[in-house]
Write a protein that binds this ligand. Structure first.
Ligand code: NAD
Length: 451
Protein backbone atom coordinates (compact mmCIF):
# COMPACT_ATOMS: atom_id res chain seq x y z
CA UNK A 1 0.00 0.00 0.00
CA UNK A 2 1.06 3.59 -0.16
CA UNK A 3 1.04 3.79 3.62
CA UNK A 4 -2.26 5.64 3.96
CA UNK A 5 -4.63 3.93 6.35
CA UNK A 6 -6.90 1.60 4.41
CA UNK A 7 -5.91 3.01 1.04
CA UNK A 8 -4.58 0.52 -1.41
CA UNK A 9 -2.76 0.72 -4.66
CA UNK A 10 -1.56 -2.29 -6.57
CA UNK A 11 0.14 -4.28 -3.82
CA UNK A 12 1.21 -7.86 -4.01
CA UNK A 13 3.45 -7.74 -0.99
CA UNK A 14 5.35 -10.50 -2.70
CA UNK A 15 2.48 -12.85 -1.90
CA UNK A 16 1.03 -13.45 -5.32
CA UNK A 17 1.18 -12.46 -8.94
CA UNK A 18 -2.09 -10.60 -8.69
CA UNK A 19 -1.38 -7.07 -7.47
CA UNK A 20 -4.44 -7.02 -5.20
CA UNK A 21 -4.23 -10.54 -3.76
CA UNK A 22 -2.41 -9.34 -0.64
CA UNK A 23 -5.08 -6.74 0.08
CA UNK A 24 -7.96 -9.17 -0.43
CA UNK A 25 -6.40 -11.79 1.83
CA UNK A 26 -5.67 -9.15 4.49
CA UNK A 27 -9.35 -8.20 4.51
CA UNK A 28 -10.43 -11.84 4.48
CA UNK A 29 -8.25 -12.51 7.53
CA UNK A 30 -9.88 -9.56 9.30
CA UNK A 31 -13.32 -10.85 8.40
CA UNK A 32 -12.50 -14.36 9.61
CA UNK A 33 -11.38 -12.86 12.93
CA UNK A 34 -15.10 -11.96 13.37
CA UNK A 35 -14.36 -8.41 14.46
CA UNK A 36 -16.95 -6.91 12.07
CA UNK A 37 -19.78 -8.96 13.56
CA UNK A 38 -20.73 -7.33 16.87
CA UNK A 39 -23.48 -4.71 16.80
CA UNK A 40 -21.22 -2.21 18.62
CA UNK A 41 -18.53 -2.51 15.93
CA UNK A 42 -20.98 -1.95 13.08
CA UNK A 43 -22.56 1.00 14.86
CA UNK A 44 -19.12 2.56 15.52
CA UNK A 45 -18.15 2.28 11.83
CA UNK A 46 -21.51 3.68 10.67
CA UNK A 47 -21.20 6.58 13.10
CA UNK A 48 -17.70 7.25 11.78
CA UNK A 49 -19.15 7.35 8.26
CA UNK A 50 -21.70 9.86 9.58
CA UNK A 51 -18.85 12.03 10.88
CA UNK A 52 -17.18 11.86 7.45
CA UNK A 53 -20.40 13.16 5.85
CA UNK A 54 -20.78 15.87 8.47
CA UNK A 55 -17.18 17.09 8.66
CA UNK A 56 -16.35 16.74 4.96
CA UNK A 57 -19.60 18.06 3.50
CA UNK A 58 -17.88 21.12 2.07
CA UNK A 59 -15.13 19.00 0.52
CA UNK A 60 -17.78 16.80 -1.11
CA UNK A 61 -19.52 19.86 -2.57
CA UNK A 62 -16.21 21.23 -3.85
CA UNK A 63 -15.03 17.91 -5.33
CA UNK A 64 -18.29 17.27 -7.20
CA UNK A 65 -18.35 20.89 -8.41
CA UNK A 66 -14.83 20.50 -9.81
CA UNK A 67 -15.69 17.16 -11.38
CA UNK A 68 -18.87 18.13 -13.22
CA UNK A 69 -19.93 21.55 -11.95
CA UNK A 70 -22.50 19.83 -9.78
CA UNK A 71 -24.69 22.62 -8.34
CA UNK A 72 -24.28 22.93 -4.55
CA UNK A 73 -27.96 22.32 -3.78
CA UNK A 74 -28.02 19.19 -5.94
CA UNK A 75 -24.76 17.94 -4.42
CA UNK A 76 -25.90 18.49 -0.86
CA UNK A 77 -29.22 16.80 -1.53
CA UNK A 78 -28.00 13.82 -3.53
CA UNK A 79 -24.45 13.18 -2.31
CA UNK A 80 -24.83 14.06 1.38
CA UNK A 81 -28.45 14.11 2.60
CA UNK A 82 -29.53 10.90 0.86
CA UNK A 83 -26.49 9.12 2.38
CA UNK A 84 -27.40 10.48 5.83
CA UNK A 85 -30.96 9.19 5.36
CA UNK A 86 -29.66 5.73 4.57
CA UNK A 87 -27.24 5.89 7.49
CA UNK A 88 -29.98 6.85 9.95
CA UNK A 89 -32.18 4.06 8.62
CA UNK A 90 -29.39 1.57 9.28
CA UNK A 91 -28.53 2.94 12.73
CA UNK A 92 -32.19 3.01 13.79
CA UNK A 93 -32.91 -0.54 12.66
CA UNK A 94 -29.66 -2.44 12.92
CA UNK A 95 -30.27 -4.27 16.19
CA UNK A 96 -33.67 -5.41 14.89
CA UNK A 97 -32.24 -6.45 11.50
CA UNK A 98 -29.57 -8.53 13.24
CA UNK A 99 -32.01 -10.57 15.30
CA UNK A 100 -32.77 -14.18 14.34
CA UNK A 101 -36.18 -14.61 12.76
CA UNK A 102 -38.03 -17.54 14.22
CA UNK A 103 -40.17 -19.39 11.70
CA UNK A 104 -43.18 -21.71 11.75
CA UNK A 105 -42.58 -25.35 12.57
CA UNK A 106 -44.33 -28.55 11.61
CA UNK A 107 -45.46 -31.40 13.79
CA UNK A 108 -42.17 -33.25 13.54
CA UNK A 109 -40.12 -30.22 14.66
CA UNK A 110 -42.33 -28.88 17.44
CA UNK A 111 -39.60 -29.35 20.03
CA UNK A 112 -36.83 -27.91 17.82
CA UNK A 113 -35.97 -24.35 17.17
CA UNK A 114 -36.09 -23.15 13.57
CA UNK A 115 -34.86 -19.71 12.63
CA UNK A 116 -33.24 -17.59 9.95
CA UNK A 117 -29.92 -16.08 10.94
CA UNK A 118 -28.57 -13.11 8.98
CA UNK A 119 -24.96 -13.72 8.21
CA UNK A 120 -22.50 -11.41 6.47
CA UNK A 121 -21.11 -12.51 3.09
CA UNK A 122 -17.45 -11.78 3.87
CA UNK A 123 -15.24 -9.61 1.65
CA UNK A 124 -17.36 -7.42 -0.57
CA UNK A 125 -16.30 -5.36 -3.60
CA UNK A 126 -18.24 -2.17 -4.37
CA UNK A 127 -17.63 -0.55 -7.78
CA UNK A 128 -19.20 2.87 -8.33
CA UNK A 129 -20.02 5.09 -11.33
CA UNK A 130 -19.24 8.79 -11.81
CA UNK A 131 -22.70 10.37 -11.89
CA UNK A 132 -23.23 10.35 -8.11
CA UNK A 133 -19.63 9.56 -7.16
CA UNK A 134 -20.14 9.72 -3.37
CA UNK A 135 -23.75 8.58 -2.93
CA UNK A 136 -23.51 5.49 -5.14
CA UNK A 137 -20.43 4.29 -3.24
CA UNK A 138 -21.53 5.12 0.29
CA UNK A 139 -25.07 3.75 0.14
CA UNK A 140 -23.92 0.19 -0.69
CA UNK A 141 -21.07 0.68 1.80
CA UNK A 142 -23.60 1.49 4.55
CA UNK A 143 -25.46 -1.73 3.72
CA UNK A 144 -22.24 -3.73 3.68
CA UNK A 145 -21.04 -2.38 7.03
CA UNK A 146 -24.47 -2.84 8.59
CA UNK A 147 -24.42 -6.48 7.49
CA UNK A 148 -20.98 -7.08 9.03
CA UNK A 149 -18.83 -7.36 5.90
CA UNK A 150 -15.29 -6.21 5.08
CA UNK A 151 -15.28 -4.01 2.00
CA UNK A 152 -13.11 -2.82 -0.88
CA UNK A 153 -14.49 0.33 -2.50
CA UNK A 154 -13.58 1.21 -6.10
CA UNK A 155 -14.69 4.73 -7.11
CA UNK A 156 -15.02 5.85 -10.73
CA UNK A 157 -11.77 7.10 -12.22
CA UNK A 158 -13.67 9.69 -14.28
CA UNK A 159 -14.54 11.96 -11.36
CA UNK A 160 -10.98 12.56 -10.20
CA UNK A 161 -11.67 14.99 -7.38
CA UNK A 162 -14.31 12.80 -5.75
CA UNK A 163 -12.09 9.75 -6.25
CA UNK A 164 -9.22 11.56 -4.49
CA UNK A 165 -11.47 12.56 -1.58
CA UNK A 166 -12.68 8.98 -1.14
CA UNK A 167 -9.13 7.65 -1.45
CA UNK A 168 -7.44 10.10 0.88
CA UNK A 169 -10.05 11.08 3.45
CA UNK A 170 -12.62 8.30 3.90
CA UNK A 171 -10.08 5.69 5.15
CA UNK A 172 -9.17 8.04 8.01
CA UNK A 173 -12.67 7.46 9.43
CA UNK A 174 -12.94 3.68 9.02
CA UNK A 175 -11.19 0.60 10.43
CA UNK A 176 -8.24 0.22 8.06
CA UNK A 177 -8.05 -3.55 8.55
CA UNK A 178 -11.57 -4.07 7.28
CA UNK A 179 -12.23 -1.30 4.75
CA UNK A 180 -10.01 -0.23 1.87
CA UNK A 181 -10.24 2.05 -1.14
CA UNK A 182 -8.73 0.98 -4.45
CA UNK A 183 -8.35 3.62 -7.14
CA UNK A 184 -8.26 1.93 -10.50
CA UNK A 185 -8.91 2.38 -14.21
CA UNK A 186 -10.16 -0.39 -16.47
CA UNK A 187 -6.88 -2.33 -16.57
CA UNK A 188 -6.38 -2.39 -12.80
CA UNK A 189 -10.06 -3.14 -12.14
CA UNK A 190 -9.77 -6.13 -14.45
CA UNK A 191 -6.90 -7.41 -12.27
CA UNK A 192 -8.84 -6.62 -9.10
CA UNK A 193 -11.77 -8.71 -10.38
CA UNK A 194 -9.55 -11.76 -10.81
CA UNK A 195 -9.64 -12.15 -7.04
CA UNK A 196 -12.37 -14.06 -5.30
CA UNK A 197 -14.87 -11.83 -3.55
CA UNK A 198 -17.84 -13.01 -1.55
CA UNK A 199 -20.17 -10.42 -3.06
CA UNK A 200 -19.83 -7.75 -5.76
CA UNK A 201 -22.08 -4.68 -5.82
CA UNK A 202 -21.69 -2.85 -9.14
CA UNK A 203 -23.38 0.33 -10.32
CA UNK A 204 -22.73 1.36 -13.91
CA UNK A 205 -23.48 0.63 -17.53
CA UNK A 206 -25.00 -2.62 -18.83
CA UNK A 207 -21.93 -3.34 -21.01
CA UNK A 208 -19.55 -3.20 -18.03
CA UNK A 209 -22.17 -5.04 -15.95
CA UNK A 210 -21.70 -8.03 -18.28
CA UNK A 211 -17.93 -7.90 -17.71
CA UNK A 212 -18.43 -7.82 -13.93
CA UNK A 213 -20.88 -10.72 -14.05
CA UNK A 214 -18.49 -12.79 -16.18
CA UNK A 215 -15.62 -12.16 -13.75
CA UNK A 216 -17.87 -12.99 -10.78
CA UNK A 217 -19.10 -16.18 -12.44
CA UNK A 218 -15.56 -17.60 -12.43
CA UNK A 219 -15.76 -17.70 -8.62
CA UNK A 220 -19.55 -18.20 -8.42
CA UNK A 221 -19.65 -14.87 -6.60
CA UNK A 222 -23.15 -13.39 -6.23
CA UNK A 223 -23.59 -9.92 -7.68
CA UNK A 224 -25.93 -6.98 -7.63
CA UNK A 225 -25.83 -5.05 -10.89
CA UNK A 226 -27.40 -1.59 -10.73
CA UNK A 227 -27.48 -0.71 -14.43
CA UNK A 228 -28.92 1.88 -16.74
CA UNK A 229 -32.30 2.22 -18.32
CA UNK A 230 -34.61 4.36 -20.38
CA UNK A 231 -37.45 5.59 -18.27
CA UNK A 232 -40.83 6.46 -19.81
CA UNK A 233 -43.18 9.08 -18.46
CA UNK A 234 -46.83 8.85 -19.44
CA UNK A 235 -48.69 12.19 -19.33
CA UNK A 236 -52.48 12.06 -19.58
CA UNK A 237 -54.64 14.79 -21.12
CA UNK A 238 -56.27 15.28 -17.72
CA UNK A 239 -53.10 16.73 -16.13
CA UNK A 240 -52.40 20.18 -14.83
CA UNK A 241 -49.82 20.93 -17.50
CA UNK A 242 -47.80 23.51 -15.49
CA UNK A 243 -47.47 21.09 -12.62
CA UNK A 244 -46.33 18.23 -14.87
CA UNK A 245 -43.83 20.47 -16.66
CA UNK A 246 -42.16 21.63 -13.43
CA UNK A 247 -41.86 18.09 -12.06
CA UNK A 248 -40.58 16.60 -15.32
CA UNK A 249 -38.06 19.43 -15.83
CA UNK A 250 -36.76 18.96 -12.30
CA UNK A 251 -36.35 15.19 -12.72
CA UNK A 252 -34.92 15.29 -16.23
CA UNK A 253 -32.40 18.13 -15.82
CA UNK A 254 -31.21 17.37 -12.26
CA UNK A 255 -27.46 16.61 -12.48
CA UNK A 256 -27.66 17.75 -16.15
CA UNK A 257 -29.70 14.67 -16.95
CA UNK A 258 -27.03 12.23 -15.74
CA UNK A 259 -29.36 10.32 -13.44
CA UNK A 260 -30.22 6.67 -14.01
CA UNK A 261 -33.81 7.15 -12.83
CA UNK A 262 -34.51 10.40 -14.74
CA UNK A 263 -37.57 10.43 -17.02
CA UNK A 264 -36.08 10.09 -20.53
CA UNK A 265 -39.15 10.38 -22.69
CA UNK A 266 -42.72 11.59 -22.36
CA UNK A 267 -45.59 9.69 -23.95
CA UNK A 268 -48.62 11.93 -24.53
CA UNK A 269 -51.26 12.94 -27.06
CA UNK A 270 -50.59 15.48 -29.84
CA UNK A 271 -52.88 17.93 -27.99
CA UNK A 272 -50.93 17.52 -24.75
CA UNK A 273 -47.61 17.97 -26.60
CA UNK A 274 -48.86 21.35 -27.90
CA UNK A 275 -49.59 22.49 -24.33
CA UNK A 276 -46.55 20.82 -22.77
CA UNK A 277 -43.86 22.46 -24.93
CA UNK A 278 -44.56 26.06 -23.79
CA UNK A 279 -45.04 24.85 -20.20
CA UNK A 280 -41.68 23.02 -20.28
CA UNK A 281 -40.02 26.15 -21.71
CA UNK A 282 -41.51 28.22 -18.91
CA UNK A 283 -40.35 25.74 -16.24
CA UNK A 284 -36.80 25.62 -17.69
CA UNK A 285 -36.64 29.43 -17.60
CA UNK A 286 -38.05 29.52 -14.08
CA UNK A 287 -35.45 27.02 -12.82
CA UNK A 288 -32.34 27.98 -14.85
CA UNK A 289 -33.04 31.47 -16.21
CA UNK A 290 -33.21 32.48 -19.85
CA UNK A 291 -29.56 31.46 -20.31
CA UNK A 292 -29.07 28.13 -18.46
CA UNK A 293 -25.36 28.19 -19.33
CA UNK A 294 -24.93 30.95 -16.74
CA UNK A 295 -27.08 29.30 -14.09
CA UNK A 296 -25.30 28.08 -10.95
CA UNK A 297 -28.05 25.45 -10.74
CA UNK A 298 -27.28 23.65 -13.99
CA UNK A 299 -24.41 21.15 -14.24
CA UNK A 300 -22.11 19.93 -16.99
CA UNK A 301 -21.45 16.65 -18.80
CA UNK A 302 -18.75 14.70 -16.99
CA UNK A 303 -16.21 14.19 -19.79
CA UNK A 304 -15.40 14.92 -23.45
CA UNK A 305 -16.29 11.43 -24.65
CA UNK A 306 -19.65 11.55 -22.86
CA UNK A 307 -20.27 15.09 -24.20
CA UNK A 308 -19.75 13.99 -27.80
CA UNK A 309 -22.01 10.95 -27.34
CA UNK A 310 -24.89 13.04 -25.94
CA UNK A 311 -24.36 15.83 -28.49
CA UNK A 312 -24.69 13.31 -31.33
CA UNK A 313 -28.13 12.33 -30.03
CA UNK A 314 -29.39 15.86 -30.74
CA UNK A 315 -29.65 14.91 -34.41
CA UNK A 316 -32.62 12.65 -33.61
CA UNK A 317 -35.98 14.28 -34.44
CA UNK A 318 -36.42 18.06 -34.15
CA UNK A 319 -35.28 20.46 -31.41
CA UNK A 320 -38.32 22.13 -29.82
CA UNK A 321 -36.47 23.75 -26.89
CA UNK A 322 -32.75 24.34 -26.27
CA UNK A 323 -30.26 22.40 -28.38
CA UNK A 324 -27.29 24.74 -27.77
CA UNK A 325 -23.94 23.14 -26.94
CA UNK A 326 -20.44 24.27 -26.03
CA UNK A 327 -17.79 21.58 -26.22
CA UNK A 328 -15.15 23.61 -24.34
CA UNK A 329 -17.41 23.81 -21.29
CA UNK A 330 -19.08 20.42 -21.92
CA UNK A 331 -22.36 22.33 -21.82
CA UNK A 332 -25.56 21.02 -23.35
CA UNK A 333 -28.63 23.20 -22.81
CA UNK A 334 -31.80 21.71 -21.31
CA UNK A 335 -33.29 20.36 -24.53
CA UNK A 336 -36.63 18.96 -25.67
CA UNK A 337 -36.79 16.88 -28.86
CA UNK A 338 -39.99 16.10 -30.75
CA UNK A 339 -40.78 14.02 -33.87
CA UNK A 340 -38.32 11.40 -32.70
CA UNK A 341 -38.85 7.93 -34.19
CA UNK A 342 -38.49 4.86 -31.96
CA UNK A 343 -35.70 3.72 -34.30
CA UNK A 344 -33.71 7.00 -33.91
CA UNK A 345 -30.46 6.82 -31.89
CA UNK A 346 -31.90 8.93 -29.04
CA UNK A 347 -34.58 6.28 -28.51
CA UNK A 348 -32.20 3.36 -28.96
CA UNK A 349 -29.80 4.12 -26.11
CA UNK A 350 -29.90 5.66 -22.66
CA UNK A 351 -29.43 9.42 -23.17
CA UNK A 352 -27.85 10.14 -19.79
CA UNK A 353 -27.77 13.87 -20.54
CA UNK A 354 -30.10 16.91 -20.51
CA UNK A 355 -32.38 15.86 -23.36
CA UNK A 356 -36.09 15.09 -22.96
CA UNK A 357 -37.95 13.40 -25.80
CA UNK A 358 -41.68 13.70 -26.46
CA UNK A 359 -43.34 10.86 -28.34
CA UNK A 360 -46.99 11.20 -29.25
CA UNK A 361 -49.45 8.36 -28.76
CA UNK A 362 -53.18 8.06 -29.45
CA UNK A 363 -54.17 6.96 -25.96
CA UNK A 364 -53.10 5.29 -22.72
CA UNK A 365 -53.27 1.80 -24.26
CA UNK A 366 -50.83 2.79 -26.97
CA UNK A 367 -48.52 4.31 -24.34
CA UNK A 368 -48.58 1.10 -22.28
CA UNK A 369 -47.95 -1.04 -25.38
CA UNK A 370 -45.02 1.21 -26.29
CA UNK A 371 -43.50 0.80 -22.80
CA UNK A 372 -44.03 -2.97 -22.82
CA UNK A 373 -42.47 -3.37 -26.26
CA UNK A 374 -39.11 -2.15 -24.93
CA UNK A 375 -36.59 -3.26 -22.28
CA UNK A 376 -38.07 -3.08 -18.79
CA UNK A 377 -37.04 0.31 -17.37
CA UNK A 378 -35.64 1.25 -13.98
CA UNK A 379 -38.68 3.46 -13.38
CA UNK A 380 -42.04 4.10 -14.99
CA UNK A 381 -43.58 7.53 -14.36
CA UNK A 382 -47.26 8.33 -14.90
CA UNK A 383 -49.02 11.67 -14.56
CA UNK A 384 -52.80 11.96 -14.43
CA UNK A 385 -55.38 13.72 -12.31
CA UNK A 386 -57.34 10.48 -12.46
CA UNK A 387 -55.86 7.90 -10.08
CA UNK A 388 -57.42 5.09 -12.13
CA UNK A 389 -55.14 6.02 -15.03
CA UNK A 390 -52.04 6.11 -12.80
CA UNK A 391 -53.00 2.68 -11.48
CA UNK A 392 -53.55 1.35 -14.98
CA UNK A 393 -49.98 2.22 -15.93
CA UNK A 394 -48.76 0.76 -12.64
CA UNK A 395 -50.71 -2.47 -13.14
CA UNK A 396 -49.94 -3.05 -16.79
CA UNK A 397 -46.20 -2.28 -16.95
CA UNK A 398 -43.15 -3.83 -15.35
CA UNK A 399 -40.26 -1.80 -13.95
CA UNK A 400 -37.88 -1.51 -11.00
CA UNK A 401 -39.65 1.54 -9.57
CA UNK A 402 -42.87 3.39 -10.14
CA UNK A 403 -43.71 6.96 -9.31
CA UNK A 404 -47.10 8.56 -9.91
CA UNK A 405 -47.47 12.31 -10.43
CA UNK A 406 -43.87 13.13 -9.53
CA UNK A 407 -40.32 12.31 -10.58
CA UNK A 408 -37.29 11.01 -8.62
CA UNK A 409 -39.03 11.37 -5.27
CA UNK A 410 -39.30 7.63 -4.64
CA UNK A 411 -35.51 7.40 -4.05
CA UNK A 412 -35.80 9.72 -1.07
CA UNK A 413 -37.74 7.06 0.88
CA UNK A 414 -35.46 4.62 2.66
CA UNK A 415 -38.58 2.62 3.46
CA UNK A 416 -38.87 1.71 -0.22
CA UNK A 417 -36.47 -0.66 -1.93
CA UNK A 418 -34.55 0.56 -4.99
CA UNK A 419 -33.34 -1.20 -8.11
CA UNK A 420 -34.21 -2.44 -11.54
CA UNK A 421 -35.76 -5.64 -12.74
CA UNK A 422 -32.44 -7.30 -12.50
CA UNK A 423 -31.38 -10.69 -13.61
CA UNK A 424 -30.35 -11.84 -10.20
CA UNK A 425 -32.11 -9.78 -7.57
CA UNK A 426 -35.23 -11.49 -6.28
CA UNK A 427 -38.27 -9.35 -6.83
CA UNK A 428 -39.79 -8.01 -3.66
CA UNK A 429 -41.83 -5.51 -5.54
CA UNK A 430 -44.37 -3.49 -3.72
CA UNK A 431 -45.96 -1.22 -6.22
CA UNK A 432 -48.26 1.49 -5.11
CA UNK A 433 -49.91 4.04 -7.28
CA UNK A 434 -51.99 7.08 -6.65
CA UNK A 435 -52.70 10.53 -7.92
CA UNK A 436 -50.67 12.43 -5.39
CA UNK A 437 -47.41 10.60 -5.32
CA UNK A 438 -46.55 7.01 -5.10
CA UNK A 439 -43.52 5.03 -5.53
CA UNK A 440 -42.70 1.50 -6.12
CA UNK A 441 -40.04 -0.38 -4.48
CA UNK A 442 -38.05 -3.20 -5.71
CA UNK A 443 -34.79 -2.65 -3.99
CA UNK A 444 -33.27 -5.56 -2.24
CA UNK A 445 -30.12 -4.48 -0.57
CA UNK A 446 -28.68 -7.93 -0.31
CA UNK A 447 -25.83 -6.70 1.86
CA UNK A 448 -28.25 -6.04 4.66
CA UNK A 449 -30.06 -8.85 6.26
CA UNK A 450 -28.68 -11.47 3.95
CA UNK A 451 -29.38 -14.99 5.03
P1 NAD B 1 -19.37 2.43 -16.35
O1 NAD B 1 -20.01 1.09 -16.48
O2 NAD B 1 -18.59 2.95 -17.49
O3 NAD B 1 -18.37 2.46 -15.09
C1 NAD B 1 -18.77 2.06 -13.80
C2 NAD B 1 -17.55 1.53 -13.04
O4 NAD B 1 -17.03 0.40 -13.74
C3 NAD B 1 -16.41 2.54 -12.91
O5 NAD B 1 -15.91 2.47 -11.60
C4 NAD B 1 -15.39 2.04 -13.91
O6 NAD B 1 -14.07 2.29 -13.50
C5 NAD B 1 -15.64 0.55 -13.95
N1 NAD B 1 -15.31 -0.04 -15.25
C6 NAD B 1 -15.44 0.55 -16.48
N2 NAD B 1 -15.05 -0.31 -17.44
C7 NAD B 1 -14.66 -1.44 -16.82
C8 NAD B 1 -14.15 -2.70 -17.27
N3 NAD B 1 -13.96 -2.94 -18.57
N4 NAD B 1 -13.86 -3.64 -16.35
C9 NAD B 1 -14.06 -3.40 -15.04
N5 NAD B 1 -14.52 -2.23 -14.55
C10 NAD B 1 -14.82 -1.28 -15.41
O7 NAD B 1 -20.58 3.39 -15.93
P2 NAD B 1 -20.53 4.96 -15.74
O8 NAD B 1 -20.35 5.57 -17.08
O9 NAD B 1 -19.59 5.32 -14.65
O10 NAD B 1 -22.01 5.27 -15.21
C11 NAD B 1 -23.08 5.47 -16.05
C12 NAD B 1 -24.00 4.26 -16.10
O11 NAD B 1 -24.35 3.86 -14.78
C13 NAD B 1 -25.31 4.56 -16.79
O12 NAD B 1 -25.65 3.48 -17.62
C14 NAD B 1 -26.31 4.68 -15.64
O13 NAD B 1 -27.64 4.41 -15.99
C15 NAD B 1 -25.76 3.66 -14.70
N6 NAD B 1 -26.23 3.95 -13.33
C16 NAD B 1 -27.11 3.10 -12.75
C17 NAD B 1 -27.59 3.37 -11.48
C18 NAD B 1 -28.56 2.46 -10.77
O14 NAD B 1 -28.75 2.63 -9.58
N7 NAD B 1 -29.17 1.52 -11.44
C19 NAD B 1 -27.17 4.53 -10.81
C20 NAD B 1 -26.29 5.38 -11.47
C21 NAD B 1 -25.81 5.08 -12.71
Amino acid sequence: TDGEAGTAGADDGGMSENPYAGLVSRLRAAWLSRRTRPLEYRVAQLEALGRFLEEKKQDILEATALDMRKPPFEAEFSEVLLCKNELNEALNNLSRWMKDKHVDKNLATQLDSAFIRKDPYGVVLIIGPWNYPIYLLLVPLIGAIAAGNCVIIKPSELTKNSEKLIEEVLPKYLDKDCFAVVTAGVEETTRLLENKFDYIFFTGSPSVGRIIMTAAAKHLTPVTLELGGKNPCYVSDTCDVQNVARRVVWGRFFNAGQTCIAPEYVLCSVEMQEKLIPALREAITEFYGSEPRNSPDFGRIVGDKQFRRVQALLSSGRVAIGGQTDEKERYIAPTVLVDVKPSDPAMQEEIFGPILIIITVANIDEAIDFINSRERPLVVYAFSSNSKEVNQVLERTSSGGFCGNDTLMHVTLTSLPFGGIALLTPSCALREGGPNSSALAHKTNPLVGCT
